[in-house]
Unconditional design. Structure first.
Length: 360
């Protein structure tokens, strides 16, 4: 492994935690004008007897005040936990969304426990590979519908989420491996899955992918053919990990370019790296000079997207059409949404679209 890749994995160990759809116009107006809500943090875990008692820990960000609130489920990256992307998820909850951050056993921070910075390159690489095995992947994909079922159960009268969760307005986001989990949940093809298995979750109405990948061993156009979900995608010009198949970070735009038939938005952060979306530097206070501007843009566009596609906020929907102009100070923004006019020109990737021209 390259030295940069080893340093990336060592950083993971060192930074582990110490411990627009139809809704009423009145709702949209209130959502746009509302001040930031107080947020209650709830920790817990669910047991799934149908999957051998698999335990799914969670961290809920519950807005104060009268609900019900749209629901956003979040999936962490390889070696992460329910604490990941906290600065993003807190901003989403303050904007009036019930956020549930899941932790996926088999590909979470337990992979790296006991290794330490001196654990050796081979041990770090082996841990990462275990977390990306077909068994671990399919287990984490199954956590999503299970979690939505549990949220629905707890939202029933007398439950701990009664009056808080609106399961008719569900979104999902994820970082890195969590971005793949998000794409699978909205219809990305999964090669090698058991016959008849499907991980698509029809309750998800909109999605955000932070640091998505091109599909492994699959043609992008075919892999994303069944995705019909509005999405916002984020990456950066330095968005790399030791496990990438991409020749350059720009190839992370493959999902944005390949998905057809639903509004798609993309932000490429100038100098943005993989870690800025996971929030570890924000949690420890060790920010890069580019982090404050990147983090502000990530939070603002994330909230704007959820307000447009889960909150029915017409103003937010209109503002999304101006994404390229807002992103210009920090990078580039791209749009594929008929309501916004012609798509923003972007250098095409082979296999991602019908356009076979080489990137210029």
């Amino acid at each position: 492994m390259a030295r940069a890749g080893l340093a990336w994995l060592i950083a993971l160990v060192a930074l582990l935690p110490a411990a627009a759809p139809a809704v009423s116009s009145a709702y949209a107006a209130a959502e746009a004008a509302a001040p930031a809500l107080a947020v209650e943090i709830r920790y817990g875990e669910w047991d799934d007897p149908a999957r051998g008692g698999r335990v799914v820990p969670y961290k809920m960000y519950v807005p104060a005040g009268k609900g019900p609130f749209p629901v956003v489920v979040h999936s962490h990256g390889l070696g992460g936990s329910r604490e990941a992307s906290g600065y993003i998820l807190e901003a989403v909850a303050k904007a009036g969304f019930l956020v549930v951050a899941l932790q996926h056993a088999g590909s979470d921070s337990a992979l790296l426990e006991g290794l330490g910075p001196g654990g050796g390159e081979a041990g770090l690489v082996a841990a990462g590979r275990r977390g990306m095995s077909p068994r671990a992947a399919q287990a984490r994909y199954g956590d999503v519908p299970f979690a939505l079922d549990q949220i629905a159960r707890e939202a029933q009268a007398g439950g701990p989420l009664a009056g808080k969760a609106d399961l008719s307005r569900v979104g999902m986001s994820g970082h890195s491996y969590g971005a793949l989990s998000t794409l699978v949940a909205v219809g990305q093809r999964t090669l090698g899955a058991p016959a008849g298995a499907s991980f698509a979750e029809p309750r998800i109405r909109a999605a955000i992918a932070y640091s998505p990948n091109k599909p492994r061993g699959d043609d992008p156009a075919a892999a994303f053919r069944n995705v019909r979900t509005p999405m916002l995608h984020f990456t950066g010009t330095e968005d790399v990990t030791p496990f990438d198949l991409e020749r350059s970070p720009f190839e992370r735009t493959a999902p944005f370019q390949a998905i057809q038939g639903a509004d798609q938005f993309l932000v490429i952060l100038r100098g943005g790296d993989h870690a800025v979306f996971g929030g570890r530097r924000a949690a420890t206070g060790r920010l890069k000079p580019t982090d404050p501007g990147h983090m502000a843009l990530i939070k603002d566009e994330t909230v704007r997207f959820w307000r447009a596609y889960l909150g029915g906020d017409a103003r937010a929907a209109a503002e999304l059409c101006e994404l390229p102009q807002r992103a210009a100070a920090q990078g580039e923004g791209f749009i594929k949404a008929p309501r916004c006019g012609p798509p923003t020109p972007i250098a095409p990737l082979d296999g991602a679209t019908d356009d076979k021209r080489k990137p210029g």
